[in-house]
Design a protein. Structure first.
Length: 126
């Protein structure tokens, strides 16, 4: 499924089938005007088309940009997730938060950048 807006991405994730890997291809850079949750039993790949695209935190979005719930899976490929730290004020969340039992993969060409909060922790659970 191709997306060019936050609303389209949210809709694609909401409608992704349970326990089936779903690829969402970003065909234009856009502002993340809300937060995305990857629910349990959803397996989502977010990637750019042939050009590296950027998902940028919109001002006013202060929490975690992406949250991967327990038993949810998110992979980022060939895409930039940008925290927009110079414009997004009072951010109290991470670019990606992974709950216990969730999986996040930062694959080839993917980058997390410009967030005001940083933390790194990983546990191999599988």
């Amino acid at each position: 499924m191709n997306v060019t807006t936050f609303a389209q991405m949210q809709n694609a994730i909401n409608n992704a089938p349970i326990n089936v890997q779903t690829t969402i291809t970003v065909t234009a850079s856009f502002n993340m005007t809300g937060r995305i949750t990857i629910p349990a039993n959803k397996d989502i790949i977010i990637k750019s088309d042939g050009t590296v695209r950027t998902l940028t935190r919109a001002s006013g979005v202060t929490g975690n940009l992406f949250t991967v719930n327990s038993d949810g899976t998110l992979a980022a490929e060939n895409i930039i997730i940008d925290g927009n730290k110079d414009a997004a004020m009072n951010v109290d969340g991470f670019l990606v938060r992974v709950e216990s039992g969730g999986i996040f993969s930062l694959n080839t060409g993917a980058k997390l950048q410009n967030n005001t909060r940083t933390a790194a922790a990983a546990t191999n659970r599988r």
